[in-house]
Design a protein around this ligand. Structure first.
Ligand code: GLA
Length: 379
């Protein structure tokens, strides 16, 4: 009888309101447990965030890493749609930035060098001759202070980190706050804030790898991608921007109408060769400081849709080209070549050396502020 009542409620709900069936065991909120210790003995926490819609997100204060995120398919079936590992040890061993907060500067800075206010700075080199994603110990590899919060129907965690003057070569003490929030309408919202006591470049982002087909799917090439950008940023053979903003017209970088990721990824040309596929920044037609819909991904087998909304001027589309079948992820799934994609909202790469790019310099007295949402639906 109880089963019948539950089923009727679900069907009435679907019929009358078209709403998602809510799993009967959903208890929205945030819980946490210990996730082990770092080599220096500090304890790491894993938070479990549940939204009223039944979406679940697990995040740890080590690197602010999203270890798991579930979203419903067109039949209301929830699946984990992000790449990652089962244990803290695997993240400590070797990870291509799965799920992590990236900073102080997301993306590459040529030769790790820049000058600012007449001073020359040299950053840690961790990507051949270049500096990538904050250096040897970027924000993806530090332990953040973390506080769970719930306000009305939103649940999440606020991460804080004090990055010391000189860390990885950067000037100034930087106070960083990153808020992760799950909303009742199945959005994941990231809000970044930072202040400094000395001028410094700042470019924060989030490096989650998605596969909307679910955890065991070993390719993203069938996902249909739309990006609103009319221009992208060509790179040289070291993946550093040449400084040009190039029109996407007539190139494999034109995603203004949805195209599968696989359709033109092997089309050849210097850009796809240098990126080993897509690993490029797209110039977003943004209205500064307001939230703009900049990308949409549709996965045909599950019907899952991910929409990207941001205040940032750039979007790094990375098609998982460095995944090569050597990493064994959650539940023993082997991460094959191009089995996950990233859509990293950010300022353009190497901006501290490119005077024509929007500035990434934060000065004392200013507050860095950036917002991005990933919204999940299905059809
Ligand atoms: C970013 C970079 C890529 C690669 C990945 C991590 O997206 O642009 O080149 O380094 O991170 O593997």
């Amino acid at each position: 009888m109880r089963k019948f009542v539950t089923i009727s409620v679900i069907f009435t709900c679907l019929f009358l309101f078209g709403c998602e069936p809510q799993a009967p065991d959903v208890v929205a909120g945030v819980t946490s447990d210990s996730w082990g210790r770092l080599p220096d003995g500090r304890e790491v926490t894993l938070f479990h965030i549940v939204s009223p819609s039944g979406m679940k997100m697990d995040v740890t204060n080590y690197g602010g890493i999203i270890t798991s995120l579930t979203a419903p398919d067109r039949n209301g079936k929830f699946d984990d749609i992000v790449l990652g590992f089962d244990s803290l040890e695997s993240y400590l061993e070797n990870t291509p930035y799965f799920g992590a907060i990236i900073g102080r500067y997301g993306n590459r800075i040529a030769e790790g060098r820049f000058s600012l206010d007449g001073e020359n700075y040299e950053l840690a080199l961790n990507n051949g001759a270049n500096h990538l994603h904050g250096g040897l110990v970027g924000f993806d590899k530090v332990l953040w202070d973390a506080e769970p919060f719930s306000d009305e129907e939103n649940h999440g965690v606020i991460f804080k980190y004090e990055s010391a003057d000189g860390e990885e070569g950067y000037p100034g003490n930087l106070s960083v706050e990153v808020k992760y929030r799950l909303t009742p309408d199945s959005r994941v919202v990231f809000s970044y804030k930072a202040t400094t006591d000395k001028a410094t470049p700042v470019n924060l982002t989030q490096h989650t790898y998605f596969n909307l087909a679910g955890p065991a799917s070993n390719s993203i090439l069938g996902h249909e991608l739309m990006i609103t950008a009319a221009e992208f940023i060509p790179i040289d053979s070291n993946m550093i921007p040449t400084g040009e903003l190039r029109a996407v017209d007539g190139t494999p970088f034109d995603f203004r109408k949805p195209v599968t990721i696989g359709e033109r990824i092997n089309a050849g040309g210097k850009q796809l060769e240098y990126g080993r596929g897509y690993d490029h920044n797209f110039v977003l037609p943004i209205v500064a400081t307001s939230l703009n819909l900049v990308a949409r991904v549709f996965e045909p087998s599950s019907g899952r849709i991910m929409t990207v909304i941001t205040t940032e001027p750039g979007l790094q589309f990375y098609s998982g080209n460095f995944l090569d079948g050597t990493l064994v992820g959650k539940g023993g799934v082997v991460y094959e070549h191009r089995s996950g994609f990233c859509l990293e909202t950010q300022h353009f790469p190497d901006s501290p050396n490119q005077s024509a790019f929007p500035s990434t310099i934060l000065r004392p007295g200013e507050t860095y502020s950036s917002h991005t949402m990933y919204a999940f639906t299905a059809e």
